[in-house]
Design a protein around this ligand. Sequence first.
Ligand SMILES: [Zn+2]
Length: 194
Amino acid sequence: MTFARRVHPLKRAAWRLAGCRSTAPGVLLTFDDGPHPEHTPAVLDRLAAFGLTAAFFLVGKRITDPSLVARIATAGHVLGNHTFAHAVPRWRDFRSAVADVARCQVVVPAARLFRPPLGRLTPGLWLAARRHHLPILAWSLDSGDWRCRTPADAAACAAEVVAAVRPGDVVLFHDDHPWAVPVLDAVLPALARR
Ligand SMILES: [Zn+2]
């Protein structure tokens, strides 16, 4: 596989200890790094067409239009805190990590979940999530969609996700790039047929 990647079982176990849950036996779709003014609405349209809800882990500093956040929530999706700045988590950055999560929670007060940038949980991020009573949700299957550069890439990525996905999976996508929609256009009909 070029795009889709299953996380290491040991990493999954660590996430379970940190409060990770999937919606077994279904598949939970999750979208990181938005909101994006163009791609997020398109993703919302695709999900609505299939009657699906997902979790959106928002980056606070990328919110330029609060009405888009409201639209995500109104459509029944779960909002998640993905920090304000999306800085690369560093083990020793304790105070800045706590402050970054708090700052995101101010602009997304309805956030009910937390996911650290790059999936890297540090002590500061862990404590910050606890302070805000945000369960940490990782993923079990990384679509690798952010690596797509061409329509052929998007088709290959989608095919790999469809081949790999299993009941109970938490699948990672990103709604901040133009290939999210082509990938979903192939993945969602295949999931709906199951
Ligand atoms: Zn991210």
